[in-house]
Ligand binder design. Structure first.
Ligand code: ACO
Length: 330
């Protein structure tokens, strides 16, 4: 069974409610039909019901079994507005502004997740990454002990010698333009959770990547990665984490043995942590376009409750798969 099929099957067992705030978006509507029909999750679509139904007719989507919620008309609207106001009062939030913000389906959807009405939210077919992330960062915030949300990709290569039977986790590829050593250590931990929960990798082997292997080069950015390794090893002793490693030392056994002898990770890494968003974002797209690997994600990790972003170029299948992934996130 391939990874996507495994994720979809696992989701079916979870029977989670997922909110899709872009209720009139055509690919989202088709996805809602498939997700409900296949029993992957139970779906709430946000928007004015008449507008959603009209868009569904145009998209040829059957919404039987899908719940429609109009944020402003919902009996939960006053409670959500009040909660949001209290949460953001110190940041200058006013009652009027809170009510206006809660009419935005992205904010209302995140509040449904925060209040436990839905397990998770998926959006981004028609909204930018920043607009999807901001309400989640303001309302749901991070898991205890985690300061930064980050974005991982599940990279699937036909070369089964890479990663765990061809499956690797790359992070951060989507959120933090720059990271400190502390953040890089946290991202390593969160990526190990993603590797286990979603990629089905039982033993994450985490490489902290650099242009240097074990002191082969000196530069402040190398020092940062070495510091991140130390923090991560001290804080998460149960995890196999090593670095700093170059990409070849991380994933090619002969190079790993030569450049980092004795390392339990070098040459066999299945979780790759990058020192900046530039490196991570460019690396996953390079593996995808030059290397022919499939890229699934970004999986937003470290959030207290699951919220995930779609690419605006996403397909109906991407929406279905992202919802399935969110069902698998704790
Ligand atoms: N983790 C946790 N909280 C965060 C994070 C983070 N990584 N980033 C920001 N926050 C919090 C802030 O503390 C703040 O909280 P507060 O309002 O309660 O004080 C809130 O989120 C808003 O912070 P801002 O810095 O004002 O948010 P900003 O508008 O800059 O947006 C964002 C944050 C959206 C994550 C921004 O950093 C960003 O755009 N990152 C790059 C995204 C991107 O373009 N990725 C590449 C494309 S995706 C792809 O190719 C797959």
């Amino acid at each position: 069974m391939d990874l996507i099929t495994k994720i979809r099957e696992k989701a079916k067992g979870e029977k989670k409610w997922i909110v899709l705030p872009e209720g009139t978006e055509k690919r989202t509507l088709k996805a809602a039909e498939i997700i409900t029909g296949e029993g992957i999750a139970r779906i709430v679509l946000l928007g004015a019901p008449a507008a959603i139904k009209q868009a569904a007719v145009e998209a040829g989507a059957d919404l039987s079994g899908v719940e429609l919620v109009d944020p402003a008309a919902s009996p939960d609207f006053p409670k959500y507005t009040e909660t949001f106001l209290k949460m953001r009062e110190k940041k200058g939030m006013t009652p009027d502004k809170a009510a206006e913000t809660m009419r935005d389906p992205l904010y209302f959807g995140v509040m449904m997740v925060y209040e436990g009405r839905c397990h998770g939210m998926v959006a981004g077919a028609e909204n930018s990454t920043g607009n999807v992330l901001r309400p989640a960062l303001q309302i749901v915030k991070t898991k205890p002990g985690i300061s930064s949300v980050s974005g991982a990709f599940l990279m699937i290569s036909a070369n089964k010698a890479l990663g765990d039977e061809g499956v690797s986790v790359f992070a951060d590829c989507a959120v933090n333009p720059t990271v400190t050593a502390e953040q890089m250590a946290e991202i390593a931990y969160c990526s190990a959770v993603t590797a286990r929960e979603i990629a089905g990798i039982k033993e994450p082997k985490i490489a902290m990547l650099s242009f240097s292997t074990k002191g082969s080069a000196s530069h402040e950015s190398v020092d940062k990665v070495a510091a991140a390794v130390k923090i991560a090893q001290e804080r998460y002793p149960e995890l196999a984490i090593d670095g700093e490693l170059q990409m070849d030392a991380a994933i090619v056994p002969s190079v790993g043995e030569f450049k980092a002898p004795g390392s339990k990770v070098a040459g066999h890494a299945n979780v790759l942590i990058f020192p900046s968003l530039e490196a991570g974002n460019i690396a996953y797209k390079t593996a995808q376009r030059f290397g022919g690997a499939a890229a699934i994600g970004p999986v937003l990790q470290g959030m207290a409750r699951p919220v995930n972003d779609l690419s605006r170029g996403c397909s109906v299948e991407d929406v279905v798969n992202t919802v399935a992934m969110v069902c698998c996130q704790k």
